[in-house]
Design a binder for this molecule. Structure first.
Ligand code: GLV
Length: 308
């Protein structure tokens, strides 16, 4: 019975140690070292191998090493095999830190000051209080909720929007189409933490930017394909948006010639907002293996119809 890991090798080496200590009955392999594919019962991957079903005929469980599963073609994974996405404290903490950093950077005009430093300009702007700033988070799953709770504690006026209804103390919660309109028109800083699905692809578009208060800031920590890149450039050009902070792009790494690299009102990071941490994620995977054996509910089980 073996477990195949196909992702960042240093994390894989740490998982191998932890598996050896905690689940010695499982042979742990790091891709591409697989002796006998028919022995593979569990697969954990960031980018999954091709032809999963044919290559691993005895597969029982698939893990995404990341919080999202959009990189998997779920239709190629037989229905009876549960797919689990990564919900682990190390990754959640990273997302909360990044969102806090980005919202504070937007709130305290850091993108303006970075550009001003490059021009040798000393031009202070008035400092607004946190309670005068309205932050909106799209996506109220585990990540969105953790981010909202942290930002609320800074005193920002916080709202969340999601597909299903939520109730979170001190947070205005919006849902559905009508809810989206109301949510957008009160969001000075918009954070995207949505899963990427057919209904959220391209959601960050001219139509959506038009509904935000003029001069809003966009923070995209979801996926590059949530954003229509030309629409962002147009919104910045028209001052509909004042700045954008992007951790994700449609093509990663972002091609050298891409205009985002040089845009004075775009701050870019290379998809580092939340990273699966070796030790804490191994705990979650080992716990899910136990749950799977015992027929208990899996943490992070993907609903194939919803796509996340
Ligand atoms: C990172 O983007 C992840 O899905 O974990």
């Amino acid at each position: 019975m073996s477990f195949l890991y196909k992702s960042e090798p240093l994390r894989g080496a740490r998982w191998a140690e932890l598996f050896a200590a905690r689940a010695p009955e499982i042979d742990f392999h790091i891709w591409p070292a697989v002796d006998d594919p028919s022995q593979v019962r569990y697969l954990a991957a960031w980018q999954p191998p091709e032809n999963i079903a044919e290559t691993f005929p005895n597969l029982e469980l698939v893990f995404s090493v990341g919080a999202g599963v959009d990189q998997f073609d779920l239709s190629c994974i037989p229905e009876h095999i549960p797919v689990v996405r990564m919900i682990e404290p190390g990754l959640i903490a990273g997302v909360v830190e990044y969102a806090t950093l980005a919202v504070l950077a937007a709130h305290r005009d850091w993108i303006t000051y970075i550009a001003q430093q490059q021009q040798g300009q000393w031009r202070p702007k008035p400092v607004c209080t946190a309670d005068s700033r309205r932050v909106g988070v799209m996506g109220m799953g585990v990540l969105g909720r953790a981010v909202l709770e942290k930002l609320r504690d800074f005193g920002f006026r916080c709202a969340g929007w999601s597909r299903s209804e939520h109730n979170l103390p001190g947070i205005e919660c919006y849902t559905g189409e009508q809810g989206l309109e109301d949510f957008l028109e009160r969001s000075d800083i918009l954070v995207c933490l949505l899963p990427l699905t057919d209904s959220t692809r391209g959601i960050l578009s001219t139509e959506l930017f038009r509904q935000l208060p003029k001069g809003a800031v966009l923070i995209n920590m979801g996926r590059g394909d949530h954003l229509i890149e030309e629409d962002l450039l147009d919104a910045l050009y028209r001052d509909r948006l004042s700045a954008a902070i992007l951790d994700v792009c449609s093509v990663e790494p972002l091609p050298k010639e891409h205009i985002f690299w040089r845009h004075p009102r775009i701050l870019l990071t290379p998809h580092i907002a939340g990273m699966t941490q070796a030790d804490s994620s191994a705990e979650i995977v080992l716990d899910n293996l136990r749950r799977h054996r015992e027929g208990a509910p899996l943490v992070g089980l993907v609903n194939r119809e919803r796509g996340y």
